[in-house]
Design a protein around this ligand. Sequence first.
Ligand code: GDP
Ligand code: GDP
Length: 438
Amino acid sequence: MSKPVVAIVGRPNVGKSTLFNVLAGETISIVKDTPGVTRDRIYADCTWLNMNFTLIDTGGIEPDTSDVILSQMREQAEIAIATADVIVFIVDVRQGLVDADTKVADMLRKSRKPVVLAVNKVDSYEKFGNDVYEFYNLGIGDPVPVSAASRLGIGDLLDEVVKYFDCAKLEEEEDERPRIAVVGKPNVGKSSIINKLLGENRVIVSDIAGTTRDAVDTEIIHDGTPYVFIDTAGLRRKSKIHEELERYSIIRTVTAVERADIVVVVIDAKEGVTEQDAKIAGIAHERGKGIIVAVNKWDAIEKNDKTIYEYTNKLKEILSFIPYAEYLFVSAATGQRLPKLFEVIDAVRQNQNLRVSTGVLNEIMAEAVAMQQPPSDKGKRLKIYYMTQVAVKPPTFVAFVNDKELMHFSYVRYLENQIRSAFGFRGTSLKFVIRERK
Ligand code: GDP
Ligand code: GDP
């Protein structure tokens, strides 16, 4: 199930970061054990009324001259339109309505994306309440007065945002087709891979009315089965946004990954795996998606019969936080092994949806515990009463134990390895939830 994406757009100094921090605040998820993922607060996991969404802050570098501000804002708005389900457009009541606001509002209105207009810095409704009306002139609906700094009106704002979730969500849930995001650094060959797949298979570019975002998704039919490839915005159209802006590259990756079941992380064989590749893979891992690492440009490598083996080992060492990932060595130039991609996608999808019965699971666990004693602390030993699988995509297991504190991370790893050696689960992450039961 993909989480909705909410983007914040607005001029410099209107309070985007302040609002972002308030919304992300205490709910920001803690990422542990994923090397390469630095939490630089470009995006955050949020919850409101039991609804989860991903919040992105499109604001980056702060320009100083007004013409640069406008072009920067247009780029932000483009990113938001391309990637978000709902856009929060934020303006500043103290500065009043500014020309740049009007121009961006025009863009947002034309995109037909749901937009919630937040009028910030209304620290006192008595003092500033009347000034809010002016923003009706933007023509994007009712302004919601907020004060990010004093945390006023935040609930009302979120109510407006989540109202838009239902439709988008239902549409995607009814969709049975596998959704695949092809991600990676610039120039690794993402577009070349998609284009090659397009060339060799039947293609339908979907543009179902109302689903503005689906317009950039591409359906590829391979052997009679439809697959949806999620366009990382700007894949086909050359965007004005400079690729070197890491912030935008991360936003595009996160939002594409969020909507996907399976993520194909493309790596350039000539360059080998870099820190940025690890970061991108980390985003997919963190979100519990299926992962296929596609090493592209394999044609450009000098090789003998040991090269694939050696290369795989090197990759696995650097990407050791995703030991379950599938690896594929391909060439978009020659088409080598690209048809195999569909086979691997099918296999990973099956694994993501695999259910293990509680009986069999507990047999495996009993064996595992017999082979390696659970950890103990101050004379108290961990007892695992039983384990059961509660969800798929990713497969999620709940273990009931006597004392949560005793469940060491490395023991969870050990159990995971035992489960994997029994059932495989190649290509998908597994999630473990530890519950105490006295
Ligand atoms: P950004 O450039 O849009 O990300 O804006 P910031 O979040 O950095 O905020 C710009 C300035 O406005 C900072 O000095 C904030 O403290 C201030 N600010 C943000 N929200 C509010 C608010 O609700 N009321 C007041 N009075 N100031 C605010
Ligand atoms: P993207 O930025 O990740 O979408 O990368 P592109 O698809 O635009 O490819 C970047 C460059 O790598 C282009 O010059 C491609 O011709 C080249 N390229 C892509 N795939 C291959 C491949 O399989 N082999 C070789 N030798 N070059 C490739």
